[in-house]
Write a new protein. Sequence first.
Length: 711
Amino acid sequence: MKTLAIRSTAILAIAIIATAGATGAQAQTTAGSAGGPWQTYDTSNGEWMSYAGDVKGTKYSPLDQIDASNFSDLEIVWEWTSVDNFVSRTTPNGGEWWAPLDTIVEALVEETPNLYRTSQPPNPSRLQVTPLMVDGVLYFNTPLSQGVAVDASKGETLWVFNPKGYEEGTPSMSGPWTQRGVAYWTDGEGDERIFWGTGNGYVVCVEARIGRPCADFGPNGSGMVDAMVGIPRVDREARDYLNALLYSINSPPIVVRDKVIHGSQIADRRITKEAPPGWVRAWDVRTGEHAWDFHTVPNSADEYGVDTWLNESWRYSGNANVWSMLAGDNELGHVYLPTGTTTNDYYGADRPGDNLFSESIIAVDVETGQRVWHFQAVHHGLWDYDFPTHPNLVDVVVDGRPIKALVQVSKQAFVYAFDRETGDPIWPIEERPVPQETNMPGEVPAPTQPFPTKPAPFDYQGVTIDDLVDFTPEIRAIAEEVVSNFIIGPLFTPPSRPIEGGTQGTLMRPPDFGAAGWAGAAVDPETGWLYVPSRNIAVAIPLYTPDPALGATMRYTHGAPEQQRLAQIRQGQNYEARMPQGLPLLKPPYSRITAIDMNTGEHVWMVPLGNGDRIRNHPRLRHLNLPPLGDGTIAGPVLTKTLLISSVPTAGSQGGPALVAWDKQTGEIRGAVDLPAGPVGTPMTYLLDGRQYIAVAIGGGPRIVAYALPE
């Protein structure tokens, strides 16, 4: 496929951004051992300077103007509508042509008919960002990889920078047309920069004040570096069998000390055993010079962990990427990498061994890129149990001993807790035998997997007959009939092939999209309490032989046969294990929030996340007096001095979506306000001119909406 030229444009809404009464960026500094002091980018002065508020991943702000007494009084003070609906393209003579997105896409496809993945041209709807707020300005990016600055008091667009990644094709199939945020850096002396990754695999750097490319970052004053360059088994000409790019960036980078560090999106559920490795990359924040790569898949026979890839399978295997967010500690000089599953997510006969550093937490020296410590949470992964979110860094006291802790929630509903300096587990993590029986040719599951002894899992694991829904005897009988068609068992039961006249795959709980998801958890640095939204869903994991005519070199992959799967993609179907008539298969709750004291490892409280009205109002159930069931969906949490805030799709006054506040100590609901549309991002909060705001990305535009108390 022809590689299209990438040019950039910045729309400067105003020459100098008014700061709405703020007095300049207030990033705090901390002493560093390698040339500090370093900016800490936290929330202590009412700003929100990193994706999770701070680089430690807390999602915490000490603000308390909005509290239990007035949360329900919040009102919308501004709305911002996405700029992705009206964009430009580069014309053959080097000019700019502006038009509605559909018109631009139509023209691009007319020139290059196979430009986009099947049924996935540019789509602006998945605005999953959490904005930053620095010095009175919100910064974020859009699904089409445009960077945006917005007046934090009015919601007015100040500038837009468009790297035009959509001119090159569909981002990697794991996360098409999705972006989740940006990173901020300052030298404290007036140089302020915004960084983000693009769907076509670039890292962008612009001047925070005016949105102009940083002329000293990247080649030829472009303000961009090509993150594909140097990654094995990927180039700009290559496409997968669904006609998408092989490498993208859609989660925000992180700035630790003077490095900007990012992961990548690399297609899951591949039909080829050959894949790009998901190396984590670091660049100098000032020059864009490549600083280091951390090899999550080995690149030579003498690298650490190569012995965990039998038959030299590291030579062609890939993925093991950090597709979600990162966390860092400026004082220690560490960046923490939560990695994904290696190729293929569900079939490992082509990559025998434990496969380091897939499905691991890795502490990396930010100056050198060298491993400090690591922990592999899943050996020889077969379930896509990659880490879906960033770690939470918090200081705790355990049995009288102060510990700088790293806490990582997982898809399996485990919480892994470590001393983040040394990597030592805070509580024992035991290797326990797991099921071995599989009908997959050549597959050799790992004989044991790690099980934390504390905290207890925050949601259900595995499927047994006793777990099936029992609202009525008739519904229980239907559930038993449904599961008779599948293999069921405890956590880490291997996937399986459908057998004609027999079982149709393995039921998996938690699902491969996780008990915890990409929105992750929040932690209170004042108390050491962790708050985890989770869901209780089982999915079917049948494995099939992919079609060699599509270029398959993998013997088995997840899902239906390829032509059927293409049709399912077009129709938006999924693979959640469901009962007839939309009844639930398992006992409730179907989603929850759990509070865990990380000083003791004990659960403090758990509440269902939503009433589950969709289920409660089912014709077979509406006559029953059911407790709150949970809605089966989760969203990202944010913490303030007294509240836990998140969104619930059915908690509004008319049964629609709402922002909900819970008491952090008890889990009691303290207030709710309607959202104009369903939430797609994690909320954030900030203080500007003495007024506290809560902002969240929602659908229906898409939009960002900001709430505050009446003046």
